[in-house]
Design a protein around this ligand. Structure first.
Ligand SMILES: [Zn+2]
Ligand SMILES: [Zn+2]
Length: 294
């Protein structure tokens, strides 16, 4: 009989001499375009042995039914997360979002006061979003679509993409920038510098297969931290983080540079601190000490 899904992952996590991962902060549910419920993702994360999982559905500007219907949806998600936290005390469940950058000025599709209510904020650039304005649609949409026609357009698109993300990192309490450089080219070094200054992690994404060792090394040189995320759109992929762990090891990252990793020999405390650095009432203190209540 074949080993159950996730078995290899658990074994790798337990036997990896360097580090183990305890959380998946990037998972989607039916509230955006995932296939599982909040509880399905929680149970999948628990089966993988994770101590934390975040529900981080797409913001409302995602087109074609990919995003949450409206901002009120986060209230529904929060209610289900609260129930799961009560039902499954062995795992900490976070209410989050993968917000869309919709403006060249870094505007997100989820306003600041709503973000403040969430436990964790992820944000990223996506191709199919409703821009904040026509001008933003030109800068972030059309230029990217035309970039292959002319190298100057490519450079301009890259600069605008980078600037939009950098502005967002300065404007909003973003914990993790998702899949930097996926389909929309960016200046890794510049984004990493902004993230490092704001205590924002950059994602090593295992869902799209686009993260490279070189990307990690270039970003790491700027002092930024990382988060390894599955970007799971179905429960079977929640906690599927091994490819990211391998990339991180090949890039020479130590676990103290990864917000969801600890040294292999470290025990995880039973009680997890549910607030990340950017949660309500947060103080800008070193992230590593914020993830777990030790
Ligand atoms: Zn995404
Ligand atoms: Zn995602």
């Amino acid at each position: 009989m074949a080993a159950p899904k996730g078995m290899a992952s658990r074994q790798t996590r337990q036997t990896n001499p360097m580090m183990k991962l305890f959380a998946d902060y990037h998972t989607h549910t039916r509230y955006s375009h995932g296939t599982g419920t909040v509880e399905d993702n929680v149970l999948a994360a628990r089966a993988r042995g994770l101590k934390q999982v975040a529900i981080s559905d797409h913001g409302p500007a995602s087109l074609f039914g990919v995003g949450v219907r409206n901002l009120a949806t986060f209230g529904k998600i929060r209610e289900e997360v609260r129930e799961c936290n009560a039902r499954y005390p062995e795992i900490g469940v976070l209410t989050g979002v993968e917000a869309n950058v919709i403006g060249a000025d870094g505007a997100l599709d989820v306003p600041g006061p709503v973000l403040e209510e969430l436990d964790i904020v992820l944000a990223g650039l996506h191709v199919t979003v409703m821009p904040a304005s026509l001008a933003d649609g030109f800068k972030l949409g059309l230029l990217n679509a035309l970039r292959s026609l002319d190298s100057r357009l490519g450079k301009l698109a890259r600069d605008l993409n980078t600037k939009a993300l950098v502005e967002a990192v300065y404007r909003y309490p973003i914990d993790i920038v998702t899949h930097p450089g996926l389909r929309l080219s960016i200046d890794t070094r510049e984004l990493a510098r902004a993230c490092a200054q704001n205590g924002t992690a950059m994602e090593i994404n295992t869902g799209h297969g686009q993260t490279t060792v070189e990307f990690i090394q270039v970003a790491a040189a700027e002092g930024v931290d990382f988060a390894i995320g599955s970007d799971a759109h179905q429960p079977s992929r929640v906690g599927d983080l091994e490819a990211g762990l391998e990339l991180a090891l090949r890039a020479g990252l130590s676990p103290d540079r990864i917000i969801n990793a600890v040294h292999a020999e470290d025990d995880l405390p039973g009680q997890l601190w549910r607030n990340l650095p950017h949660s309500p009432g947060r103080k800008p203190v070193p992230r590593r000490r914020n993830i777990l209540r030790i």
